[in-house]
Design a protein around this ligand. Sequence first.
Ligand code: HEM
Length: 558
Amino acid sequence: IKPQQGSAPPKAKGGLPWIGQMFNFAANPYKFMEKVATTTGEIASFTMLGQNIVLLTGDEASEVFYRSTDDQLDQSAAYKLMTPIFGPGIIFDAPNDRKNEQLKMLMPALRMEAMRDHSHKIVQEVEDIIANWGDSGEIELVEFMKQLTINTASHCLLGREFRYELSEEFAHIYHDLEQGVNPLAYNFPNLPIPKFKRRDRARVRLQELVGAIVKKRTAQTEKPSDLFQSLIDMRYADGTKLDDNEITGMLIGAIFAGHHTSSGTAAWVLLELLKDRSLLRKTQAELDAILGENGEVSFNSVREMNILENVLKEVLRLHPPLIVLMRKVSQDLQFKNYTIKAGDMVWASPPVTHRLSRLFTNPLKFDPDRFSPERKEDKNLMAYQPFGGGRHKCSGNAFAMFQIKAIFAVLLRRYDFELMAPPETYVDDYTQMIVQPKSPSKIRYRMRKDHAHPMRGAGATDAASVAEAIAGGCPFHAAAAKAAAPAEAPKPKVFKVVVDRGLCQGHAMCMGEAPETFHVDSNNNLEIRKPEIKAEEMEKVEQAVKFCPNSALKIVHE
Ligand code: HEM
């Protein structure tokens, strides 16, 4: 069947011959894309250096971007500049099937069982980095978060050899690899410039170190639990193991994907809390209520921190670190009456979609309550997209959310913070490939005198105080109020749980909650063992649905 042909996507105004919109984009990528979307619409085309680009914004057009198959949209073409760093034949330099097999190999180290183990390492890293802080002082927030998140990532993913024995050499290698990320590498990856030469030397040295550790670990009987080990143990479907080049490339790929994305987001969480001190108090009250005086920051306790989670989600809505996602069109695509031609690039832009008033109420306002159970503004997965969507949604999303919440569960209980410059001067730096708060971003900290629950000592058990605490979002009292509330209507006796296979990546959170119902195998495939669930099993399955990081599960009542 001949595909239907529609009209060409509407063209955005402006630009120079061949160069197109290059200068407008370079001046401020976010502002440029927002202007194109506002003036031209949800599908808008323009050129840059002779390449035709189609910007897709809003939930319907984003669906084309996220739901198309790898045969229709090629992810690799957009990320070719990473090949000298990741290595030949790895991820974006591999054929689609191989690339997807490799991407899936990261999952076991990012799923629930592994996360429980990572949680102790993350908390330890936060404790270690603030061990010498004393009572008060100042930090450069972005730099602080970069250091903390590279420590956690190397600890959980690379393992203790890189974190402790080789930490200094690894810091140099990582620096040289990072400096090698340059748009020049799209077309001239081997240009003999000093940056690229240092990048290549660093990649060779990293592989030597990886090779030596593989040898050492193979001889060891006790195996560590980190991504490195899980890659050593991994096999392709045809039974072959990963060689040193592949292990090196996959490790560095995971670190690159998760580092600046997490550090910038973590920095913004603190900045937004300091711009609204009543929200900061509410968040601290929640932590105090959940953790009490000496409660452990653990996988389970962190999951209960709903106010902190909503603050983080709102940070990711207004400050998503990846502001443009790219694919090359391999087969003509249809969107409404338009045809997007093979050879074009398509772009999605999370921050532009996140600020559309038809998708988010009062979109410029920082309002974490938009994610409350009553409003659920993140329900539309094609609208709320800080982690992308569909088959290539960020597989580190649960790790990232957990890690950032754990960082603040430790920091905010111990310290108070304040901005050292006027609030309006803390803004996004859109000139960075991964957007971060603009430097310098100075913050002052001071040890909290009392981190007990503020309402506890006051004996806040009367209705008015409880209501006040709930209005402040305090779960300590919310739970008490729930217990006192009249019993809810009985739930239907029979229900079914269904999975959207296009969204499930195999994080296995469901299996952790309700192992009788869900099983995720070593290839990340979910089997629902008992789709029809009895009322008494409801609670566990509801937890499984709630904690699925991809919102891939749904309960259907009959
Ligand atoms: C992909 C965002 C942290 C691993 C992505 C994508 C986005 C994203 C938007 C989709 C890219 C695309 O479609 O082209 C973020 C944000 C993070 C974060 C905002 C932190 C706040 C992490 C962490 C890891 C990670 C901590 C691993 C430890 C990955 C991987 C992919 C990915 C492996 C590729 C998935 C695939 O193509 O199948 N991330 N990320 N990310 N991310 Fe993250």
